[in-house]
Design a binder for this molecule. Structure first.
Ligand SMILES: [Zn+2]
Length: 140
């Protein structure tokens, strides 16, 4: 079970999950724009054109055919929502990248646990005073 959680932690920290989440969020937000475009601009426009072809007046269209008004404001607010969302996602990704690069730096700056014996060139413990391979006396 411990191994399972370890794997899960690794899976999250790799950043693939973040990429996936960003993709889903941007996709959902973009869908909202498309929906707003259709309901507020394209559908009313089509209704209006069909109504005009059928020879209906604007009053008839809105009352009988229930044609919605063309609403640029609603569409614009959907676009603005998308921009704000994208900006927030950008900040999250930026913060996450900073965090992971910081962690990487910490790992890199960790002191080495081994040194190389100057006599036989084997890797030995950093605190060794005598090489376990060639038994040479080492200076600290
Ligand atoms: Zn040695």
């Amino acid at each position: 079970m411990k191994k399972f959680f370890g794997e899960f932690k690794e899976f999250i920290s790799r950043g693939n999950v973040l990429d996936l989440a960003v993709g889903v969020m941007i996709g959902a937000a973009f869908q909202a724009i498309v929906t707003a475009l259709c309901t507020n601009i394209i559908t009313p426009l089509i209704d209006l054109i069909i109504g005009t072809i059928a020879g209906k007046s604007i009053e008839e269209m809105t009352s009988v055919l229930k044609v919605g008004p063309i609403d640029f404001g609603a569409f614009l607010s959907a676009v603005i929502n998308f921009i704000i969302m994208a900006f927030i996602v950008f900040l999250i990704v930026k913060g996450f990248n900073k965090l992971t690069s910081l962690r990487k730096k910490e790992e890199e700056e960790e002191e080495p646990a081994t040194k190389t014996c100057p006599f036989c060139c084997s890797e030995i413990d950093i605190n060794a005073t005598r090489c376990p391979h060639c038994t040479s006396q080492l200076e600290k």
